[in-house]
Write a protein that binds this ligand. Structure first.
Ligand code: FAD
Length: 449
């Protein structure tokens, strides 16, 4: 890392006005860049803009389906405590107001309001072109980027082509469903849905449902529908028992290992040998990265859900710093990570912070890939930050000349994980780390709201 005194102002396109796009824009503005934010929705917030609509293809496989961006269900509360979840420069503190939700793990609307406050506070809102979708971002000669966008205002469609010095991709990665392969599924007559299209429990009244997955979504949705469905079966890789197990505290939730096969009489057989006549299979099986607008002549591609080659999950060595991605890593506290990635991108684009040579960045990526391979980690886990999230964030902070993550935030993350395991049903309302909440609140006093 070299930090120079002079800064060059660039013209930058930011694609997306979710949490990543908003903080990227804030940091780019602060660094002196000229920023245009493209957002195909009519408001900021991305994932956090709850949409009661679902897609025309409930499984999300048909490329010409009607698209809905957000995957939130109506009852969703955050899975992280607000103190740890918020941006470091703009803490997610409880605010007064009729619409506000002061809970430590608030409902989704509170996160949306927080992001709206953030965009207003830092002058990002006025830079956003709403209802404007980027349909192509491609490299043109002289190393510049051509961005073609389409604005839909009623029946009018307005196509615009512009040239930018750089593009920062912040389009999110919880919209393109990944579904499980199930032997026999083609003849199985029941209904299949991806959790992307789950909103409320009502359609599952009296039904026998299988949820596939072991993530927050499978956990939350199984509880959401248990009160109304006849039976809920959860098929998860993390279950290894040889007989089905009833979920403690529930009469109708059963835990199984993965599905073995599905059959034309509607039966689903699990790997524990048990079977049930199933009405609905709900895939809580995650998402795929997707950049339909990006043209890089295959310099960047997606291989088994690994986006690459990317130096530190952000810069493609051969297109750096003019193309960057903010927000790809997962199993991480997202907002503070977006913030650090954005500070780095903004500083590198202005020339204040220097990247290593292309050759060194590429060799760093190759070392990372071969380590993953040696440990038998499939490519699709390349952006999974389990176990190394704070090392990654502290490395980014170091590059930007920003302090490492606060000790209370690190401890709170661990304490929250432990609390979730210990209090599966009540972790959002009961906890033992109040001393860390007090430390966070003390720390937040340095920021004005
Ligand atoms: P998004 O929020 O998805 O924003 C991307 C934006 O890009 C959208 O507004 C979209 O309209 C826009 N866009 C996409 N393509 C284009 C285009 N071509 N042109 C113009 N605009 C475009 N995180 C937490 O911190 N705490 C939680 O409790 C939590 N719970 C979650 C629960 C669920 C069910 C899901 C799916 C995610 C959850 N997350 C949580 C993770 C959450 O996704 C991130 O916190 C964060 O909101 C992602 O922000 P983003 O900006 O990367 O993407």
């Amino acid at each position: 890392m070299v930090i120079a005194q002079t800064k060059i102002s660039r013209k930058i396109a930011v694609i997306g006005a979710g949490a990543a796009g908003l903080v990227a824009s804030k940091e780019l503005i602060k660094e002196g860049h000229k920023v245009v934010v493209f957002e195909r929705n009519s408001e900021v917030g991305g994932t956090w803009v709850f949409d009661p609509k679902t897609e025309s293809d409930q499984l999300g496989l048909n490329p010409s389906r009607s698209l809905v961006h957000s995957s939130l269900c109506s009852s969703l509360r955050t899975n992280l405590p607000r103190e740890a979840m918020g941006f470091r420069d703009y803490p997610f503190v409880a605010k007064e107001g009729e619409e506000r939700d002061p809970q430590r793990f608030p409902g989704h609307r509170e996160v949306l309001l927080y992001l709206g406050d953030f965009a207003g506070e830092f002058g990002v809102t006025e830079l956003i072109r709403f209802e404007t979708e980027v349909v192509r971002a491609g490299l043109v000669e002289e190393g510049k980027w051509e961005v073609r966008s389409t604005r839909r205002g009623g029946a009018l469609v307005d196509d615009v082509n512009e040239v930018y010095d750089g593009v920062v991709v912040c389009n999110g990665h919880y919209t393109e469903p990944n579904v499980a392969d199930i032997p026999g599924i083609d003849v199985w007559p029941g209904q299949q849905i991806h959790s992307h299209n789950y909103r409320v429990p009502v359609p599952f009244r009296g039904q026998v449902v299988v949820l596939i997955g072991s993530s927050f979504s499978a956990y939350d949705i199984s509880r959401d529908i248990a009160g109304i469905a006849k039976e809920v079966h959860v098929a998860s890789r993390s279950v290894t028992k040889e007989i089905p197990e009833k979920q403690l505290g529930y009469d109708n939730i059963w835990l199984h290992p993965m599905i073995d096969s599905a059959h034309d009489d509607g039966t689903v057989v699990f790997q524990d040998g048990s079977s049930a006549l199933i009405d609905v299979i709900l895939h809580c099986t995650g998402y795929k990265y997707n950049f339909p607008f990006l043209e890089t002549s295959n310099i960047v591609d997606i291989d088994d859900n690994r986006v690459g080659p990317l130096y530190q999950h952000i810069f493609p060595p051969f297109l750096a710093p003019w193309l960057s991605f903010v927000g790809l890593p997962w199993k991480i506290i997202p907002f503070p990570m977006f913030e650090l990635q954005s500070k780095w991108v903004a500083g590198v684009l202005s020339g204040r912070i220097q990247l290593p040579s292309q050759k060194m960045m590429m060799s760093n990526v190759e070392v990372f890939y071969s380590k993953q391979e040696d440990f038998g980690v499939p490519k699709r886990y390349a952006h999974d930050m389990s176990g190394c999230e704070f090392d990654y964030k502290d490395w980014l902070a170091g590059e930007c000349g920003f302090p490492a993550a606060e000790e209370w935030r690190k401890q709170m993350y661990i304490a929250s994980e432990e609390n979730r395991v210990a209090r599966l049903e009540t972790f959002r309302d009961e906890w033992d780390d109040q001393h860390l909440v007090l430390q966070a609140q003390e720390d937040f006093l340095q920021y004005s709201f």
